[in-house]
Design a protein. Structure first.
Length: 211
């Protein structure tokens, strides 16, 4: 979760698409030779070969020991208790009757910092039934306190110095934001645009949940 991921997602998708296209552009002669090889392989394949192949596929697709599954929309949001910078505590399950906007960020992450004004604006909207909490990812308390002082943030910010909360919400990058209603994940956002765009996106999702 320590990698910054914004336009990188598009790059990965584009590169993957390019690779698929290249694999599908064989010459006619090569295709014919390939078809012949496939036919020969089919003719000589035994039942034992098929069983061995199925075992291999099963082993490759089976979850590895210790592998952590990323959360999906519709999943139950893992409960946690966090210490906030203002000295209070936030326990997610205490807000099951509300909509919770949960964000993971770090001060070294430009996209994270770019969308922070969106959370400040949402906090100032005083939306009834909404709780906002932004969890700093594994930075020390002094760094978080200084950031709040420098930027003047007034929305709730939680410490997660040991990464305990972060481990409950595994992801490929930050900023990582979830809209939670009645303890269930309704929306997941990975990456961020500018603050105005993110405000509109989050506000729309929140309004939908509060209907």
């Amino acid at each position: 979760m320590r990698r910054i991921k914004e336009l990188c997602l598009v790059t990965v998708i584009c590169l993957s698409f390019a690779g698929l296209t290249a694999c599908g552009s064989s010459k006619a002669g090569e295709a014919t030779e390939s078809e012949a090889n496939i036919e020969e392989t089919v003719d000589t394949t035994t039942e034992a070969d098929v069983e061995e192949s199925e075992d291999t596929v099963s082993e490759e697709t089976a979850p590895k020991a210790g592998e952590v599954k990323e959360l999906s929309e519709g999943d139950k949001a893992p409960d946690f208790t966090a210490k906030l910078a203002d000295g209070t505590e936030f326990k997610l399950s205490d807000h099951n009757n509300e909509v919770v906007l949960l964000n993971f960020f770090a001060s070294w992450c430009p996209p994270c910092m770019g969308e922070m004004p969106a959370f400040e604006k949402l906090k100032n909207d005083n939306i009834e039934g909404l709780s906002i909490i932004c969890v700093d990812c594994m930075e020390d308390k002094e760094t978080v306190d200084q950031l709040i002082k420098d930027e003047g943030y007034t929305f709730p910010i939680a410490y997660d110095e040991d990464g305990a909360i972060e481990m409950l919400y595994p992801t490929e990058g930050i900023p990582y934001t979830l809209v939670i209603k009645n303890g269930t994940i309704e929306k997941i956002y990975l990456g961020a645009d500018n603050a105005d765009a993110q405000y509109a996106e989050y506000k729309g999702a929140i309004d939908e949940c509060l209907k």
